[in-house]
Design a protein. Structure first.
Length: 227
């Protein structure tokens, strides 16, 4: 089952070490390299983020462009080697701001966004890494391209000059995530894509065992959110 995220204890460094140890152990059990840990810092301020940076964490994820614009420029001045991931839905009118700020965008999911990103990358000269979000559980309330529409979206991205590196998904809440992770991995292999962004605080161990290259962990590192 898709369980609630675990309660956290200990210092930021101890929490980070525990998550990394789990990822390494489970990835090895599945015959994979450990995935990149993306610490999802949405709703948390700079004071909550700095202890993880001090403990050695370098990849962070945000859900909203505006929130990231408010806190990350200053943090990146302090620590220039950070990598910032957009893991939430992206509006087409925010494409240029996202391209300027983020190093990786995990949520490419529709033709209008592909076109907006291509224009933004042409204007800015920046080329963040791009992953396509797949609506792996065919849920009407979730973002992501339908599985049947994935080939056409990838073709459009190629035609627009975008380099898609992989796929991302969020499995349905309350269901066993492993089949959905396995399906995403199958789709990535079918389309020759190497990156797999899957797994969050409640199921990052399962994702690592099934070949995730990126896991997006928030509450297991930062604690529960107020919103």
């Amino acid at each position: 089952m898709h369980l609630p995220a675990p309660a956290v204890a200990g210092t930021a460094a101890e929490r980070l070490a525990a998550v990394r140890a789990t990822l390494a152990r489970e990835a090895a059990a599945g015959g994979h390299a450990p995935p990149t840990l993306v610490a999802v810092s949405k709703t948390f301020d700079a004071e909550a983020i700095r202890p993880l940076i001090a403990a050695g964490q370098r990849h962070f994820g945000e859900n909203r462009v505006q929130e990231a614009e408010a806190k990350w420029p200053a943090l990146r001045l302090e620590t220039p080697d950070l990598t910032l991931h957009l893991v939430g839905q992206l509006q087409s009118n925010k494409a240029e701001a996202a391209v300027r700020l983020f190093d990786v965008i995990h949520s490419v999911d529709r033709p209008s966004l592909v076109q907006a990103l291509a224009k933004a990358m042409g204007r800015t000269g920046r080329q963040p890494g791009l992953l396509v979000q797949v609506n792996i559980g065919a849920e009407a309330q979730k973002g992501g391209v339908a599985i049947a529409d994935l080939p056409a979206l990838l073709a459009l991205a190629r035609d627009q000059g975008l380099h898609i590196t992989g796929l991302m998904c969020v499995p349905p809440v309350g269901r066993e995530p492993a089949p959905y992770f396995a399906l995403l991995a199958k789709l990535a292999r079918r389309h020759g894509l190497a990156a797999l962004s899957m797994g969050m605080s409640a199921d990052h161990d399962i994702a690592a065992r099934l070949g995730a290259t990126h896991v997006r962990v928030g509450s297991a590192l930062f604690g529960p959110r107020d919103v």
